[in-house]
Design a protein around this ligand. Sequence first.
Ligand code: PAF
Length: 286
Amino acid sequence: MEIIRIPKVMQDTVGGLLIRGRTIGFVPTMGALHEGHLSLVRRSREENEKTVVSIFVNPLQFGPSEDFARYPRDIEGDVEKLEAERVDILFMPEASLMYPVGFSTRVEVGTISETMCGACRPGHFAGVATVVAKLFHIVKPTRAYFGQKDFQQAVVIRRMVKDLNMDVEIVVCPTVREKDGLAMSSRNMYLSGEQRPAAAVLFRSLKGTAESLASGIIQIGEVRHVLRQKILSEPAVSSVDYAGAYDPETLEELAEPKGEILLACAVWIGSTRLIDNILINIKKER
Ligand code: PAF
């Protein structure tokens, strides 16, 4: 696996691959890699001739009181995992090369960035869209891979790609879960021994609410309350940022049922913020 740290070198390297007609799959990450990331890498390897992974803990997407400084970092472990998956190129730039002195551009993606996580983390999605736009210009991928766990992020990126005519296919892959249903996330590492089993409450509550909705026990207007109550029944939960039923395209909270429904939540367990979601068809969940 080739490790590249300089954006211009990365651009020249992919430029050479593209001239030779190679397809490039790209998995952008912030490192501390787990099976969720590796599932994206495997999908990229299946669908493309070359796979590029980036590791960059993007300061722009963290608020001033958020966990940028303590975000888990494990470069040695990550390199080992990516070598084992036979990734072609790891792009690992320094922040000073991504955001040199004077950097002042932001990519803002409108109202879909302002609901759900965007309402609780102002500026977060502008930070994500800006770095992903930069990474797309540097890596020039044919396809880019994101996890459904970060559903809103995927919607924001799809919108940006469409609005800015970026020539890249966005592929969203299923959430990878632990045995008890907890969605894999680098932030799960923050959970203490007692908090870890409690964190399964997110998925359990989403599933339970979906079942009540599908069987007609509750109506769409009751989802917010029911889901929140289910989550708060776990004593380790300190607070719920949001919980509800949303339109998977506009991300507006739903007052009336429609074909596909996104059930989503963001929950604090101690000082750890976790998110999860499921897409349901009332009859068919996934
Ligand atoms: O999902 C993530 O890990 C990050 O938000 C991303 C897409 C790599 C941008 O920093």
